[in-house]
Design a protein around this ligand. Structure first.
Ligand code: URA
Length: 236
């Protein structure tokens, strides 16, 4: 609980309703401690001790979540397509501050997506100066020619409409049309544009790793809060 923050404001900021709604929840004993005692405005509380309608409260402020983003969802709060927020409880859209994506994955890409409501953590992970490696697996429409690794690793590759060359990227061949690419920057549709520049086409793109954090076996569409040790892996 942030110092001085009253319970109703704290719960309202997590998206459970307006402060007035939460005051009503307090009056009707919907907010309890794990020992079953009802909470009142002004009580000192620990986040992990809170139960709302019998359920643990959503992740506290300054959390980082990982999600397995499925293909066909956009990293945005609005739009005609499915939104990643449909995969979270709907009250997440009312959180303040908002739980924002840390970098993006495009509509047709899947895999490891991070979200946080902490701007400093977000900046720390995405800061262009940190060059945090991100690993993608890509399936291709055409067989590799054999010159991709050299071009990607050269540090001179220019993409159309960019004004600086790409940083060297690593390419590992898994099969004739299946590769693993490690980037240390995040330009718009970068992997797809890198292969398009070599007259190939990415048919499927999946991010497996950011820094030392792996998606692991989290199923598509599922999310979880990172542990403090996992957050440290990304921010140290
Ligand atoms: N590169 C892409 O082309 N798309 C992504 O979503 C991420 C990296």
């Amino acid at each position: 609980m942030p110092a001085q923050m009253k319970l109703a404001k704290y719960i309202a900021n997590l998206g459970y309703g307006s402060r007035r709604d939460v005051m009503r929840m307090l009056q009707t004993r919907r907010l309890k401690r794990r020992d079953g005692t009802a909470l009142s405005e002004g009580d000192v509380f620990q986040h992990d001790d809170l139960l709302i309608d019998g359920e643990p409260a959503d992740p506290p402020p300054s959390s980082v979540l990982m999600m397995h983003k499925p293909v066909g969802y956009v990293c945005s709060t609005k739009g005609a397509n499915h939104l990643i927020y449909e995969l979270l409880p709907s009250r997440f859209l009312s959180r303040s501050p908002v739980m924002a994506p840390v970098g993006r994955l495009d509509l047709a890409s899947s895999g490891l997506l991070l979200l946080t409501d902490d701007g400093k953590i977000n900046h720390r992970i995405t800061s262009p100066r940190r060059h945090l490696p991100k690993v993608y697996e890509a399936h291709l429409a055409e067989d590799l020619t054999g010159r991709e690794a050299e071009v990607f690793e050269g540090g001179t590759m220019m993409l159309e409409s960019d004004v600086t060359p790409l940083r060297p990227a690593k390419l590992e061949v898994i099969g004739p049309r299946h590769v693993r690419v490690t980037l240390t920057e995040g330009r718009y549709h970068q992997v797809r544009r890198m292969f398009a520049a070599l007259s190939n086409h990415v048919t499927a793109l999946h991010r497996t790793t950011i820094g030392d954090l792996e998606l692991g076996d989290l199923p598509p569409g599922v999310w979880r809060q990172l542990t403090p040790a996992e957050v440290k892996l990304l921010t140290d």
